[in-house]
Design a protein around this ligand. Sequence first.
Ligand code: SF4
Length: 135
Amino acid sequence: MTDLPGIYRMVEQAMPERSCARSGACCQFTVTGREPIVTHAELAAIRAELRRQGRNVPPPREDGACPLLTADGTRCSIYAARPMGCRTFFCREAGGVVTARELRDALHALNALEESRGKNKRPPRPLTRALQDRD
Ligand code: SF4
């Protein structure tokens, strides 16, 4: 069973030609019209990173952007623990759309990890909503 850090390494290795400048533009959900979906394992990793930083789960932002952006809205505050949806969304400047074929092995591993966590967990959900749920 590949763990989450191992799965994220698979993602990086599958997309060598992409390069994110970390502008935070794709974290503006109301602007982009998209929001990453997070699995139970990914949500647990984000919460663990927030605890490591001594922070509570941030509330939704009034501007509809990702609650995990820094207060000034320019950077991801949990970058090392960002979920696959954030690792695989690339604007044109960063190298463009990622194909399902590129991600096939990583997605398979993420699904296998999720299956291994049991049947009583919550299904994958949009990030903002998942952060506000208790589990
Ligand atoms: S988790 Fe980080 S990278 Fe992903 S949308 Fe939120 S701020 Fe952006």
